[in-house]
Design a protein around this ligand. Structure first.
Ligand code: NAP
Length: 310
């Protein structure tokens, strides 16, 4: 059986269209959703991710405001930029492109952000809300994976989902989201300390590879008919390509596609979903801010009206 290839671009286009419609409704209220993108240094992958995000924002009628800092920027200066963006009412979301230069503490920078503007969902308050089921922004890549599963009609209720990778931005949040009652999967997390991950993946109804290791998932590790979601993006040297490299996921795509029930390609699977979920978070942050202002105006209007009647 050949797997159904999940078209992440098509699902992402639907999400981007939703973001565009909501952004247009805000524009009609005089609010243009704005994401501040903070980038320190010149990491080529980061530069291309930032360019892709800014292009997507423009396509959805939103503003991307870039703050490019030198690789040698001090932590205090970077924290100063974050504080200024927290206070700027025309900025609705803040994204700090990771990784940061090694002399800067990522935790300190992310924690300095106003959680109301944390559209990446990395702030400890956002993570706490995600785990506890409170309101807050969900991290874009794990949320994108969840939406792909839902849109493709891949059953999750009672399914065994095996995640390879336990990073704070992909593996851990995915485990929390998949085990939510409304998703109801049973989750296993594999990492470098896992002896024989194949033991678990062979039993999995859903495999999510997020390790950053090309070829990690071979056909022999996959159960017939399983859904295989490949989050990995690996640059592999390729002299036949103009860029000198090509992108590979963590899954041995051809052989696994012969056996799986569903599979995401790389590129064109999870990647476009990450950007689309970011757009939805930015528009939601702008809606929240606009509603808070109109709510405050209504409340003060009501107080003024009440005062006039006194
Ligand atoms: P990361 O921080 O490097 O974490 C990788 C995780 O994989 C770690 O938990 C590591 O285990 C685990 N791992 C490494 N080798 C393994 C193996 N052989 N078996 C099982 N687990 C293994 O990476 P990340 O930021 O989560 O990203 C993971 C991949 O997803 C990368 O390729 C990245 O480029 C890609 N990514 C894609 C998107 C997208 O939008 N498509 C977004 C984010 C990331 P330990 O904890 O034991 O070290």
């Amino acid at each position: 059986m050949a797997a159904k290839i999940i078209d992440g671009k098509a699902v992402a286009a639907k999400m981007r269209e939703e973001a565009r419609t909501r952004a247009a409704a805000l524009e009609a209220r005089g609010v243009r959703p704005c994401l501040a993108v903070v980038l320190a240094g010149e990491d080529p992958a980061s530069l291309s991710y930032v360019a892709a995000k800014e292009k997507a924002l423009a396509g959805a009628g939103m503003e991307g405001r870039e703050f490019r800092l030198p690789a040698g920027v001090g932590e205090a200066e970077l924290l100063g930029v974050i504080n200024a963006l927290n206070a700027d009412e025309t900025v609705h979301g803040i994204l700090v492109q990771l990784p940061l230069p090694s002399h800067i503490r990522e935790k300190a920078v992310i924690s300095a952000m106003d959680p109301a503007k944390d559209v990446d969902g990395f702030h400890p308050v956002s993570v706490g809300n995600m785990v506890l089921g409170g309101k807050g922004f969900l991290p874009c890549t794990p949320h994108g994976v969840l939406v792909l599963l839902r849109e493709e009609g891949i059953p999750t209720d009672g399914a065994h989902a095996v995640i390879l990778g336990r990073s704070n931005i992909v593996g851990k949040p995915l485990a929390a989201l998949l085990s939510r009652r409304e998703v109801n999967a049973t989750v296993t997390i594999c990492h470098t300390g896992t002896r024989n991950p194949g033991l678990y993946t062979k039993e999995a109804d859903i495999i999510i590879a997020a390790a950053g290791r090309p070829g990690l998932i071979s056909a022999g590790m996959v159960k017939e008919g399983a859904a295989v979601i490949d989050v990995g993006v690996n640059r592999v040297a390729d002299s036949s390509s103009k860029k000198g490299y090509r992108l590979l996921g963590d899954v041995d795509y051809g052989p696994v596609a012969e056996k799986a029930g569903w599979i995401t390609p790389v590129p064109g699977g999870v990647g476009p979903m990450t950007v689309a979920m970011l757009l939805l978070n930015v528009v939601e942050a702008a809606e929240n801010a606009a509603n808070a202002v109109s709510g405050a105006n209504t409340a003060s209007g009501a107080r003024a009206a009440a005062a006039r009647h006194d």
